[in-house]
Write a protein that binds this ligand. Sequence first.
Ligand code: ZN
Ligand code: FE
Ligand code: FE
Length: 197
Amino acid sequence: MADAGTLHDAFVDELRDAYDAEKQLLKALPKMAKAASSPELRSAFESHLEETRGQVKRLEQVFETIDEPVKGKHCDGIAGIIEEGKSVMEEDFDDATMDACLIAGGQRAEHYEMAAYGTLVAWAQAMGHNEAAMLLQETLDEEKAADEKLSELAEGGINQEAADTAHPADEEEAEEDRRPAKSRRGGAAVMAKKSRR
Ligand code: ZN
Ligand code: FE
Ligand code: FE
């Protein structure tokens, strides 16, 4: 019988998973950039695509530092996230809503990567693979920055722009209802909105 696997084996496995995930993202990011309407969002995806190319190279270096062959292993997790993103892109949403959804999908991917690289850094440190840990930390920092950038774009206008047309029925009400906005926000309107969800 083969010896039981070690943390080093699990580490190499996770590296292969991450390597494959980055390669899947190299294909997905251009599609997300293309689907984005906001120029800032498009350029955020494009610049993360550039970064992702560097992350693939960096993982190759990591394999070298521990004398392991550069190899990928299909990452089901990121494949699922990309698949969900694709279905959203097929929806007929207005531009701002689509942008908000692209950000949501992008952030799912970034958080998945942050979890993966967080573990890889911790395991590399624990096993004394210090150079690998350093390289992996660089990528982890890039993933965190990419996630923050997406939050900034969402909270800096895209979500609100999408939300402004989220309730078309309210707009008709507002047309008929000439009372100032503040009193309209009172009981009945708020209740109606809540019960619709
Ligand atoms: Zn090791
Ligand atoms: Fe990445
Ligand atoms: Fe990423």
